[in-house]
Structures are given as C-alpha cells and as structure tokens.
Design a protein around this ligand. Structure first.
Ligand SMILES: [Zn+2]
Length: 363
C-alpha cells in the first residue's frame, strides 16, 4: 500500500473529530443503558416470583450483558473526559476495590480484565502476544484427530462456560504474573494462583448469585428462591453462550489477518491502524437494539482504531471509516454475526487458516 500515510491521516482525523465531539449526551446514553440493565434485573426477578423462571433467566442474562458492556466501555476510559459526571464512571474507579461488588460482580476481576483486554489484546491484536488469538488458543482443538461433531461438542461446552473456565483464570494469570491457571491445576487450591481465583472470585460469586440471593428470595416467598436459582443458572449458561457468539468471532476467520514478527517500534505507527482493520470484523449495526445485543462490539473495527471512545460515537463514525477504507481499497469486513461465527468455528476446528502477514507490511 503506497499511500498508507494519507489513509491513516484521514482515519486519525475522523478519530480526532469524534474525540472532540464527546459530550454529556454520550454519558446519558451510557446511563440509559445502565438503567435498562437495572430494569432487566428487577423484571427478571419479578418473572421468577410468578414462577416463570425461563423468562426470568433470559431477562437476567441480558442484565449480565449490560454489566459486561458497561465494564468494557467504561474500563476503556470512554467516559473519562466528560466533565461533571460522577467519578465512579472514570476507568480508574469503575469496579475497582469494593466497587467490584456494585459495578461488576463477576467471575472476572476488573483490573485483570483491564490489563488483559485493554492493554494486551488491544496493543497486540492478532499477534502471538494477543491473549485472545483464537487460532493460537484453540490449536489443540484444530489439530485433534476427532470427528467434526466431537469438536463441535467441545466448542459448545467451552462456549457455555468460557467466562469462568477461560476468561477469569486467564485474565488473573496475566495480571498477577502467576503461572497460568489451566485445566490441570484449575481445582488445585494448594497452588497460589488457583487458590486466589477460587477464594477471591469464584466463591464470592457463587455464594452471592447462586446461594444468598435464592435464599433471600425463598425467605420472601416459598418457591421464589428455587425459581431464582433455576433462572440464574439458565442466565449464566445463556450469557456465556451469547457472549461467546458475540466476542470470539471478532478477530477470527479465514478472511482476517494475523501478524507475525511485528517490530516493537511499529506498534504505534501507521501500520498499527491498518493491523486493527485487517485483523477485525464488524457485524451488522446502526440500530440501538442491534448494537445493544452485540454489546457495541459490532463496531469492532472502529473500537480497535479508537478504543477509548464512548459507545455512541462508534455508531456516528462507522460510515466515515468504512468510506475511507473503500476509497483506499483497504478491506473492511462487515457481516452478520452468524456468518462470522461460522468463519470462526472453521478456524477453531482446523478446517481453515487465517491469513498471515509475516514480514514487512504488504497487504
Ligand atoms: Zn475493547
């Protein structure tokens, strides 16, 4: 690509304009979503009260989606520069310390998430140092000599449990510099890292969501607690699968690139922006409910170009980024999440390989 600098200049200009356009409107947009998440929680419990625990579980799973959505975009600092908003929406405060129990009481520790995702994944997208590179992480599955159906089954089990079997131990391992927690020592609490994970993260999470809350509800009305427990288990499984479908295909597929041997000095130069585009895929977007259900990760290209923008800005800049890419013939991939899911699965089970750029940049 000859005019790479011109291309990047135009992309950066769009980003700069978006940065200066960030306003209180973005904060209100985020708060509306937050409020909607609270409504989903109480609505979910209300359905459980009347013993409709399946509907209750679906609503509670969407409440969990809102919590992760907020953590992701606030944790990136999307709202840091907006004046006169509560300090708790600043990335350095959100879900930190005791606020973990209020903002994002999850399997995953917020500071571990911020380090693994905001720093490692966003800085080294598609490189071997990217902790979320699907082709690397699932090479054992791809090379497994088993029928496709078995591989599918393994993937479905992984999808239904990946927050606590993959993300929580993985993020904690990176944050603490511990030896990674893996399938062989996951339950071994004699070792420091798994013990830390169980005591600090898993037991409080299980204790509150699956024991204390159902007990409290059962005390309020007989049968209510059991209904909440069933709904909460359903919500957990549904949430894990939904998030797996939305998050994992973002950077995986035979039409996306991965990058070997990126020079450390080239991490923040023009090639950085091209790498983010060539290594990411957007999904359909544009309407609030579509964007919401995709956690605003359907603007993955725009998010990777400018990770610290508020969600609303991604919708505003998306057509501009796409048209600049078209102008310079830079591949800009946008497809349905279901198409991207199939492409990701084909890589995960070893049917297809991702494109690779190994030497100097030349897409
Ligand atoms: Zn991100």
């Amino acid at each position: 690509m000859e005019n790479i600098d011109e291309f990047v200049k135009e992309i950066k200009k769009i980003g700069m304009h978006a940065q200066t356009s960030v306003s209180y409107k973005d904060y209100l947009h985020m708060r509306y979503i937050s409020f909607f998440g609270t409504v989903l929680f109480w609505l979910g419990l209300s359905f459980c009260f009347f013993n409709h625990w399946i509907m209750g579980g679906i609503l509670l799973s969407q409440h969990l989606l809102v919590k992760w959505l907020l953590m992701h975009h606030i944790g990136h600092g999307g709202y840091n520069r907006i004046k006169n908003i509560p300090r708790r929406f600043h990335s350095s405060h959100y879900a930190q310390g005791y606020r973990r129990y209020l903002d994002w009481f999850d399997w995953i520790r917020a500071d571990a998430w911020n380090y693994e995702h905001n720093y490692l994944h966003h800085t080294f997208t598609g490189e071997n140092k990217d902790p979320d590179l699907v082709e690397n992480n699932l090479d054992w599955l791809a090379s497994m000599k088993q029928p496709i159906l078995i591989k599918w089954l393994i993937l479905i089990i992984a999808a239904a449990s990946w927050k606590f079997t993959y993300y929580s131990p993985r993020t904690l391992s990176y944050l603490k510099g511990y030896q990674k927690i893996h399938i062989y020592n996951f339950l071994n609490i004699k070792q420091k890292a798994p013990r830390h994970m169980w005591l600090e993260l898993f037991l409080p999470y299980i204790g509150f969501h699956f024991i204390a809350l159902p007990f409290l509800c059962e005390w309020i009305a007989t049968g209510f607690g059991w209904s909440v427990l069933y709904a909460r288990i359903l919500a957990e499984l549904f949430h894990n699968i939904q998030m797996f479908i939305v998050i994992v295909p973002n950077h995986s597929g035979a039409d996306l690139y991965r990058f070997d041997n990126v020079n450390q000095y080239k991490h923040r130069n023009s090639e950085y922006y091209i790498r983010q585009i060539l290594g990411s895929a957007n999904y359909h977007n544009g309407a609030e409910w579509i964007d919401f259900l995709h956690m605003y990760l359907n603007y993955q290209i725009e998010h990777h170009l400018f990770p610290n923008l508020p969600m609303r800005q991604y919708r505003l800049i998306q057509p501009q980024i796409q048209s600049v890419c078209q102008k310079y013939n830079v591949p800009y991939i946008q497809e349905s999440v279901w198409v991207r899911l199939i492409k990701m699965v084909n890589v995960a089970i070893g049917r297809q390989k991702m494109r690779r750029i190994s030497g100097p940049f030349s897409p």
